[in-house]
Write a protein that binds this ligand. Structure first.
Ligand code: DP6
Length: 327
């Protein structure tokens, strides 16, 4: 029996977005999604058994309030039920996100925790199966089990057994991602609430599901051909379609801020000057840009000139979640 296990998982940014659940308990998505894992942003999580019957959760050295612990405990329970070990667990997590990037993400958090728990409870699940467990902490975490370009296949089974991540490509062909932090405050509408409202009320939602299905096929083709332009165009268009669904919701909502619009416009200008770069946004006002790795410094320089208070962060491609230490 292990006493202490530490795992690391990197965050990921979806190029074809996950937006909407068909099952909110099992975290089953309405559409397949595809992401790029980033090396710059990650979570390290240490788990160990403790006495008593309460799990305890520390984030960046601070003990977390009961409501956060309840979420984590529910997730740990998924692993406990698979194991003969029934002990309570101490979870110590550290997010490694450049200051003020506003990217502290549930994806790397649950992928790191799940990878550590798989070892602590000696379950020996393979990565694909592990991704179905991690999925039940946060949908986007499913994809952080792998590095490179990763697809979360939606699956069709009601028990979620075929809703898992697969690696599509190592993305070792001159790919990078930039993050322009527009506003790093905690968002008012979580992605969980935002997607739920969209599924339930937006008349554009059925069109989203159909489009996402086409986009995922097309982007896998682009990756297969190492066609950066097609990859970028599909990424940008898919993100905008997702944000479009929200304007149709009741009540309508949007994550955009005035500066977001200026950043998007600047990126289109840079592209107009002949430097390929394409944007995407998640459930917040921050902008991410996919570019060729050998152009990243040049694009960062141009963006930093235009937005000196919002320093752009460059990230390369991250790898699979992995164990850092086992005692
Ligand atoms: C817009 O994974 O945060 O970032 O499954 O409810 O935890 P839950 O939601 P979450 O949603 C991510 C939505 C997104 C797009 C994406 O990452 O695919």
């Amino acid at each position: 029996k292990h006493s202490r296990v530490t795992a690391r998982a990197h965050t990921n940014i979806a190029l074809i977005k996950y937006w909407g659940k068909r099952d909110t308990t099992l975290f089953l998505p309405m559409n397949s999604s595809l992401s790029l894992t980033l090396d710059e942003f990650y979570t390290d999580t240490t788990v160990s058994f403790i006495d008593g019957d309460q799990d305890v959760f520390f984030l960046n050295g601070v003990e977390q309030p009961l409501e956060e612990c309840v979420k984590i405990s529910k997730f740990i329970e998924l692993f406990r039920t698979q194991s003969s070990i029934k002990s309570a667990v101490l979870v110590e997590s550290h997010n490694h996100v450049p200051t003020a990037a506003g990217l502290a993400s549930s994806a790397s958090a649950f992928a790191a925790l799940g990878t550590a728990l798989n070892e602590l409870f000696v379950l020996r699940m393979d990565k694909q199966t592990l991704s179905t467990f991690v999925r039940q902490g946060s949908g986007s975490a499913t994809r952080s089990i792998y590095g490179g370009f990763v697809e979360w296949q939606m699956g069709i089974e009601t028990d979620g057994s075929d809703s898992y991540a697969i690696k599509v490509d190592d993305a070792d062909w001159n790919i990078a991602m930039l993050t322009i932090p527009v506003n790093t405050r905690k968002k008012e509408i979580s992605s969980r609430e935002g997607m739920k409202l969209t599924v339930e009320t937006s008349p554009f939602y059925p069109a989203w599901v159909e489009q996402a299905g086409q986009d995922i096929k097309a982007i896998k083709q682009a990756i297969n051909n190492q066609d950066f332009i097609a990859l970028g165009e599909l990424t940008e268009a898919n993100g905008m379609k997702m944000h479009g669904t929200m304007l149709g919701a009741n009540p309508p909502f949007s994550y955009w801020e005035p500066l977001t619009v200026k950043v998007l416009q600047r990126i289109r200008e840079i592209r107009g000057q002949g430097i390929p770069c394409y944007y995407t946004m998640d459930a917040g006002p921050n902008v991410k840009v996919i570019c060729q790795a050998d152009k990243a410094d040049e694009i960062k320089k141009l963006l930093d000139q235009s937005f000196p208070d919002n320093t752009t962060i460059i990230s390369g491609v991250g790898k699979d979640a992995y164990l850092l230490s086992v005692e």
